[in-house]
Design a binder for this molecule. Structure first.
Ligand code: AMP
Length: 419
């Protein structure tokens, strides 16, 4: 038997309805904040990601789905969206269209990670990017946007963590300071952290290894090595968050796994899911557009993992996407009335009534059983003497009451079931 790829999921029936409510909530909040949807191809030239996310990051070095197409071009299924959005921003000169481009997306992403709860190989993110302004108001807007969506869904157990990564020069200087601090403990670091020590030393903060964590606990903090300008931007973010009533913690270990960040970074963590507890993450990327060949344009954004959000909702007892039952089930008594039943079903469907009927030539008893099984609210019984009199029987499936209604005017049925 051919199965779906490990870490990629099929979604159907009651598995898909929470997604619909989540997507609708996401769209509503984004629209209220005046963000406009962007859709980009699921695949891009590989160098887009290696150049933006960074060669030494886990995503680029280990997790990308990369293949060569028949023309010999190296192509990658997108592991995240910011690079694609900035590529589209440059390619279509969006900076000339609007000074500030506020864009959002809801899209599948692909990373070859070890699948576990909240960690998949095809997963879905919604997110936003605001490109064209370095104002810290937008950093804060991103945090509020993400928070607003999570709170609208009803999530409670949330905490916002923020940090500043400063400028690349400040970070480079700090990397050296961190390496100096770690050197005496180098032999005690985990194997992964030993590799990161050279290649991407900040990522040692992300290590789940307890010994690594103990070692970095006392490490010097990047925030203590930022220059005046970076610090004042960070101060403004904190002030604006306080003014907006958003509770947050400063987490100096929040370095995030992608190289393109500058200044503000943030994550929203849920206490209701397991170890994969970051529901969303984002930050500012003021140098990315230039790095990808465009004019220097500041930007800020975030991405949220939809599978993790749905898991958090489930664990907090939030039922999303409760579906309405079938309103009307058309039961035909005589088999020759099947076309008439179909015609009637179409009439009600076009009027916006969720209507079902039998397609399997079932007996009357079986049709009634089916109407009950799917919890239809009403049954419309077509046939027998009533049909001869051009009438149908409308049965209320909840209380069992029945009434005859003239078929000459099916609109009457509409008024009766719409109450
Ligand atoms: P990132 O792009 O790595 O900053 O991730 C942003 C958010 O996407 C995370 O906070 C997660 O909620 C979600 N996410 C990232 N990787 C995965 C994955 N492999 N499976 C499910 N969700 C993910």
């Amino acid at each position: 038997m051919i199965k779906a790829i490990k870490g990629a999921k099929d979604l159907f029936y009651e598995g898909i309805t929470p997604w619909h409510e989540l997507e609708e909530t996401v769209r509503n909040v984004f629209e209220n904040f005046n963000y406009s949807e962007i859709r980009t191809p699921v695949f891009e030239e590989t160098r887009l990601f290696s150049r933006s996310i960074g060669e030494e990051t886990d995503i680029v070095s280990k997790e990308m789905y990369t293949f060569t197409d028949k023309s010999g071009l190296s192509i990658t299924l997108r592991p995240e969206m910011t690079a694609s959005v900035v590529r589209a921003f440059i390619e279509h000169s969006l900076g000339k269209k609007f000074n500030l481009n506020k864009l959002y997306y809801i899209s599948p992403m692909f990373r070859q990670e070890r699948p576990q709860a909240g960690r998949l190989r095809q997963f879905h993110q919604f997110g936003a990017e605001a490109i064209g302004s370095g104002s810290p108001v937008l950093d804060v807007e991103m945090i509020i946007l993400a928070n607003e969506i999570l709170q609208t869904l009803g999530l409670k157990n949330l905490s916002v963590k923020i940090n500043s990564l400063g400028t690349p020069a400040e970070r480079e200087n700090y990397r050296e300071i961190l390496r100096e601090y770690l050197k005496p403990n180098f032999t005690n670091l985990s194997e992964t952290s030993k590799i990161r020590f050279e290649k991407n030393v900040l990522r040692i903060f992300d290590s789940k290894d307890e010994r690594d964590q103990a070692i970095v606990e006392e490490a010097p903090k990047l925030l203590d090595y930022l220059g005046e300008e970076s610090l004042s931007l960070f101060e403004e973010v904190k002030t604006l968050l306080k003014e907006a009533g958003v509770k947050f913690e400063i987490d100096s270990k929040l370095v995030r796994g992608l190289d393109y960040y500058t200044h503000t970074t943030f994550e929203i963590i849920s206490g209701s899911v397991g170890s994969q507890n970051a529901l969303c993450g984002g930050g500012r990327y003021d140098l990315l557009a230039e790095q990808l060949g465009g004019t220097a344009t500041p930007g800020v954004g975030f991405a949220a993992g939809m599978e993790r959000i749905l898991l958090a909702c489930k664990n907090e007892g939030i039922e999303l996407g409760k579906q309405g039952n079938v309103k009307l089930y058309i039961i035909r008594l005589e088999k020759e009335l099947k076309n008439k039943a179909f015609e009637l079903a179409l009439f009600f469907r076009k009027k916006g009534i969720k209507t079902e009927l039998d397609y399997l030539n079932r007996s009357v008893k079986a049709q009634m059983r089916e109407a009950n099984r799917i919890s239809a609210e009403y049954a419309l019984i077509l046939g027998g003497e009533e049909f001869q009199r051009n009438e149908v029987v409308l049965k209320n499936m909840t209380d069992g009451s029945q009434q005859n209604v003239s078929l000459a005017n099916p609109e009457v049925v509409l008024t009766k079931i719409s109450k």
